[in-house]
Design a protein around this ligand. Structure first.
Ligand code: SF4
Length: 493
């Protein structure tokens, strides 16, 4: 048994969190080791748990899962020797549904009449509770509390005969965001929800070989690390079946205008990834430049809140013609060091992770650039720290619009009432955080930086619901919950 991993300090954890990263390999030597490398490259998408299921050449599945980082679970030679085969799927988890417990760690595995199936899911199903209640009433026994297990039961009770038809049947019943990789005896399968909210890419290994290896991954950075060449993004609503005869594409959902998560560009994706054909690092710099055009302010230095604010700050500084400097230094070795800190040191939280570069900041007017404000707790402490280091003015610029709504599509967000921008105007937020001025990029500015216009019917669109409340996928469980609470209330009156 593994112990629960230490939780990050609340004060340093003031960000939206990506839920998960997925990775799959078909027809490659040491598939599990490649999967461990891929998951390592995707570690930013989930740090609470990791799992790998491999398939050996005799058709037997092998699994290892654990709480903690990929390196904590897959650096032991004995563990890796227990995951033989030329095919594997893996998963990094940041729990948004289901508590963090070993039984919730993916890939989920089940034995069906057609053989074994391992499933790894990035995203969040918005009708999972509703489906789960119905499945339980039909006799299904759930082994975990994660929404992803709904896929397993829908596949199990489907009346279709092939695994792919059963999967399609299951996908037609779920609502929400999903990028899936699944492994069964005959194939590696990838699937993306009809609006393509979360990313999934296809890579190829082995150059021009007649029987190449294939990789499915959440981001291109995970292809790089295993030496796979990027082939293409999986299309929204597409199911990819990779077997010994090649790669087959199925599109069972018809055409929809896609709604890729715009926050992947702002914060979630690794800066060296290319997402939906667009390099993330360059995009973040363009967002920073647009922010400078929209809300310039006289200053001596542009300082990023590291690490995620760095590319946007570079873009801001270049556009504004103000020197870019590392006025805040991040300690990369904190996070799992201080387990359950005592009350005496809890207030030091932000200083464990960030410290002010006093020699750079003293006597200067500073523009601080960050990617988002969620609760505002960290921003306030960082501003205090920068002022204490002698900055004469502190102006904060944010490379996303105000986050006024929660995400239900696979991102861990506080409930709406805890989002600072949902409760306060920008002026009020500036006063609470303690800055001389505060500005967010506008929604139109964000789309401009991405080279798009919002809701342009001729182009793929983005999900921007956490800035607008415009949820493109129905929030069935939320609605269902509200209705049940209302009827409970009426019954007690
Ligand atoms: S609500 Fe926000 S974080 Fe969630 S998928 Fe949409 S854009 Fe991304």
């Amino acid at each position: 048994m593994h112990d629960l991993p230490p939780r990050p300090l609340a004060s340093e954890d003031d960000k939206f969190h990506e839920e998960c990263g997925v990775f799959g390999v078909w027809n490659a030597k040491d598939a599990a080791a490649l999967t461990a490398l891929g998951l390592h490259a995707l570690q930013h998408r989930g740090q609470e748990a990791a799992g790998i299921v491999s398939l050996d050449e005799g058709g037997i599945f092998h699994a290892h899962k654990g709480l903690g980082l990929v390196g904590d679970n897959f650096s032991d030679a004995k563990v890796m020797a227990g995951l033989p085969g030329r095919a594997a799927v893996g998963h990094n988890r940041y729990a948004t549904t289901g508590e963090t417990a070993l039984r919730n760690v993916q890939p989920l595995y089940a034995d069906f009449a057609f053989g074994g199936l391992a499933v790894a899911h990035n995203g969040n199903l918005t009708n999972a509770h509703t489906l789960r209640r119905s499945l339980v009433s039909r006799g299904c026994l759930f082994q975990s509390t994660t929404d992803s297990e709904v896929f397993i039961h829908l596949i199990a009770i489907s009346l279709y005969s092939t695994v792919v038809d059963r999967l399609i049947d299951a996908l037609k019943q779920v609502q929400g965001a999903y990028s899936l990789v699944a492994l069964h005896n005959g194939a590696l399968i990838g699937a993306r929800d009809p609006l393509g909210v979360r990313p999934l890419v296809l890579g190829r290994m082995g150059g021009a070989e007649a029987a190449p290896g294939w990789v499915l991954a959440s981001e291109t950075c995970a292809l790089e690390i295993v030496g796979a060449e990027f082939v293409r993004d999986i299309d929204p609503g597409e199911i990819i079946v990779i077997d010994d005869s090649g790669v087959h594409s199925i599109k069972p959902f018809g055409r929809h205008q896609s709604r890729f998560c715009i926050f992947e560009y702002i914060y979630f994706a690794r800066p060296d990834s290319i997402v939906e054909g667009t390099p993330v690092y360059e995009t973040r710099k363009r967002i920073g430049a647009e922010l400078a055009r929209e809300s310039a302010v006289p200053a001596d230095l542009v300082v990023p809140v590291p690490d995620s604010g760095v590319p946007a700050a570079m873009g801001y500084a270049a556009e504004a013609g103000i020197p870019f400097e590392l006025g805040i230094i991040r300690n990369h070795y904190v996070g799992r060091t201080f387990i359950e800190p005592t009350d005496q040191i809890r207030h030091l939280g932000v200083k464990l992770k960030h410290s002010a570069n006093r020699a750079m900041l003293a006597g200067r007017r500073v523009v601080l650039v960050d990617d988002s404000i969620v609760r505002g707790t960290t921003s306030r402490k960082i501003v205090e720290m920068v002022r204490a280091a002698g900055a004469t003015e502190v102006h904060m610029r944010i490379s996303s619009p105000p986050t006024t709504h929660s995400c239900y599509y696979g991102i861990d967000t506080p409930e709406r009432g805890k989002l600072m921008a949902a409760r306060h105007s920008v002026e009020e937020m500036a006063a609470i955080i303690g800055v001389d001025s505060l500005a967010f990029i506008s929604l139109d500015g964000l789309y401009r930086a991405l080279g798009r216009q919002r809701r342009d019917p001729a182009r793929p669109d983005f999900c921007d619901a956490c800035f607008t409340g415009d949820y493109a996928i129905p929030l069935t469980d939320q609605q269902d919950n509200r209705e049940r609470q209302l009827s409970l209330l009426q019954a007690t009156q």
